[in-house]
Design a protein around this ligand. Sequence first.
Ligand code: PXP
Length: 290
Amino acid sequence: MSSNERPVEVNEINAAWSRRGASKDNGTRKDQVLSAETRLPRQRLGVNVDHVATLRNARGGHHPDPIRAAHLAVAAGADGITAHLREDRRHIRDDDMRRLKAELTCPLNFEMAATNEMLAIALQTLPHACCIVPERREERTTEGGLDVAGARNALKPVVDQLKNASIRISLFIEPDPAQIDAAAMIGADIVELHTGSYCENVLAVDSAAIQSELVRLTEAARHADARGLEVHAGHGLTFNSVEPVAAIPQIVELNIGHFLIGEAVFSGLTPAIGRMRRLMDAARSMGADD
Ligand code: PXP
């Protein structure tokens, strides 16, 4: 147990997770949520290195280097690296993205707003995937998912141009069937389900709200999978909140950043990623916590 998280949260989440099994009418009984097999396929872990750059930028020099952290993350078990080049360059900068692409051999997931500037940089960088996110200058982090249903006409040309360059397209959305349908309609390959509300409820130790967010995530993952979309999830996940999300069968990748980089201050990046990996694996095998 990390020093900054209270055991009660684990109990609350696990209680909520178990209670899903008792629910008769929401279609998310635990034995349906978890496959009949005892072990689900391994889930990929994408590590977001944005906040290594946040720390570096606090002093304006070169240390700590997010690319060095990316190499370490891969050595520690990350399957891919995510970085968000924000319009205001508050953390990752253009040269970081260029170096990540040049140096990494694992998939690079380029998070970006759907702007002409970012589209041009993505087409120059040619990452494995682009995850299109909403972006507002005044926000501290990506608050809420992309309104794909409301902005289909604006998003479609961006999606088309990236796809023409053989870049996989992920759209970061709320776990909402209307957004999933719109994502499928404009040709996305992947939807990344925003886990922010679920994680906030975990922090608030609100077990009813945790349960209802897990139902929403589970149903959205099923719906997206049925529409032929690959399903990812992320935002705000911690050691305490990761397992129930990792156990959703259709979710094949989690993207986790801030918590891992914060935890690295106390334990080092390698142990932090190793523990997250073990928790994900345990959830996929219906096994116990590490
Ligand atoms: N996925 C997306 C699309 C994000 O925008 C972020 C935050 O940059 C994350 C995952 C990771 O969130 P966190 O840093 O809270 O783990």
